[in-house]
Structures are given as C-alpha cells and as structure tokens.
Design a protein around this ligand. Sequence first.
Ligand code: ACO
Length: 311
Amino acid sequence: EDPEKLAEFQARIDAGDKIEPKDWMPLGYRKTLIRQIGQHAHSEIVGQLPEGNWITRAPTLERKAILLAKVQDEAGHGLYLYCAAETLGVTRDELTEMLLDGRMKYSSIFNYPTLTWADMGAVGWLVDGAAIMNQVPLQRTSFGPYSRAMIRICKEESFHQRQGYDIMMKMANGTPAQKKMAQDALNRFWYPSLMMFGPSDKESVHSEQSMAWKIKMNTNDELRQKFVDQTVPQAEYLDLTVPDENLKWNEDTGHYEFSQPDWSEFFDVLKGNGPCNRERLAARNKAWDDGKWVRDGLLAHAEKKAARKVA
Ligand code: ACO
C-alpha cells in the first residue's frame, strides 16, 4: 500500500476524523473492522439464545414482557451491526455463512448455559455490564457507521443492565433459597464475564494495531479492570460475594486486585469446546435452514416484480 496514503490515513485518525465507507482505507483496517463488527453482530444474534431460553418460564407477566423486549433489542443490535459491516463490502449472507460454518467467532460468554431464573439477573447485570464497558468507548471509534450504531446500542444496553440488576436485587433480598440462587448465578458468571474483554494485553493479537487505528479505544486489561472496579461495589450492595479470595481494594492504585480467569478454559471455549458451543451453532444453523423457504420466496417475488417492471 502507498506509504503516503497510509500516512495521510493515520493523520486523519489521529486528528479524530471519522472514516466513512467510501473513503480510502488500508486493507488491514477494512479486514479488522469486518472481523470485529461481524463478530460483534454474531454475538448479539447468538446472545439471544441463553435468555430466549427463559422467556416461557419468566416468573411474572411483567418480567416476561421485559425479557421479551430485551431479547428483541439484541436481535435489532445484530441487524444494525450487520448493516454497518455491509458498508465495508461484505454481505450479510456471507457473514452469516461464516458464523454458521465456524470461520467467524462470537463472544465466548454465550457458550455458557443459563440454568435458573437468577441467571437472567446475572446475565443482565454482568454480561450486559461488561458489554457496555466495552461499547461506550466504541461510540468514539474511528469508523463512522460503527460509532453511530454504538450510540443507540449503548442506550438500550444500559436498560438491559438495569433490568438485570433489578432481578438480582429481588432475588438477593428474597427468601434464603432465592438469595442462594443469586449467589450461585454470580459464582458461575463472574469469570466468564471477565473473559468477555478478551485475552490479557500480552496475548492480545490485534490490540496494538486496532488502538492505533482507533478501532479499539482501550486495551482488554484496562476495560477488565474498570469492570471489576465498577461491579464489586454493586455485588456488595446486593450482599453477595464475588467468588475470588484474592479480591482486594488497593488504596495506593485506587483499583481492586483480582484473580485472572482460567485462560485455558477461555481458549478452549474459543476452539468450540465450551459447555454450549455445539448447541448454539446447531440452533443458528437450524434457524438458517428452516428460514430457507422464506428467503427463496422473497427472492422469487423480488425477481418477478423486477421482471414485470422491465416488461
Ligand atoms: N470471545 C470470543 N473471541 C474472543 C473474545 C471473546 N470474549 N475475546 C477475544 N477473542 C478473540 C478475538 O476475536 C481474536 O481472535 P481472531 O483473531 O480469530 O478474531 C483473539 O481472540 C485474540 O484477541 P484480541 O487480539 O484481543 O482480539 P480483539 O482485538 O478483537 O479484541 C474484543 C477482542 C475486545 C472482544 C474486541 O473484538 C471488541 O471490542 N469487540 C467489539 C465488542 C463485542 O464484540 N462484544 C461482543 C459481546 S457483547 C454482546 O454482544 C452483548
């Protein structure tokens, strides 16, 4: 690539310009964005499954309506993000096929099961909490369509996080059995939530280049630390215990010290060996296959209409 163009591009990034779809951009910038936005979109879509699992079993009509709305929001986020990725020259069908045959990833967190109603609280509180921590800075990312998508998505994610915390408050202040369920959900979701931020900075392949291009605004470890600092007091308010014996406030640094998740488990989940990887991909493949007649019908209709216009 032309070094002059590269330098000009970097100068635009450094000056805080937004890059728009028709602007010149390095191949690597385009490729990284397709990977990250595509992976993000897939996460929203696959992320409907663990919560969709509880819609029919929500304890009250109100909880059911809220959960239904939340899962629909996730579908909307996925579609928004696929549109942003399409501006980079990849089609939604191509992205979907890459998800379905395992060439593209989605967030590790959605390969964990949701076993009880308290998990709906933990997912909203911790998983959406971690998602917001990562996505708020992405509102300032350098690629225009991605940053604009993030603005709306973040508004909805904050509502998701609040509804999760509200479930946790009810459970944690409920009967001893309910409080136990809340604690159990926190125990199971704590470390997988820490993994959402990606491997440690030392092991992160893309961070350095992505930060230089402002595709990422913070490193994985920075955001993980921010998440812990924000979440521990929330757990204390619930009178629940974060499952980490090494968790300790450090007066000098102004941050919590905490244990790292089991990174071998993380890399194993990425390889497809998490508790629900097979189930999640099977569900998405089934939805795609079952929807074929709709896609075929719509296409046939569009072709017929186009032919009529020509005639
Ligand atoms: N789950 C699955 N894969 C992950 C995860 C994770 N939690 N974290 C990192 N990885 C993958 C990366 O995709 C990369 O693999 P690849 O090269 O095959 O794509 C590899 O691990 C190495 O990691 P990094 O070099 O640190 O990757 P990257 O710079 O892309 O950082 C991060 C990862 C922080 C997730 C980044 O992609 C990002 O900010 N994405 C946008 C937010 C997002 O996708 N959120 C999804 C979950 S939130 C939700 O949907 C509700």
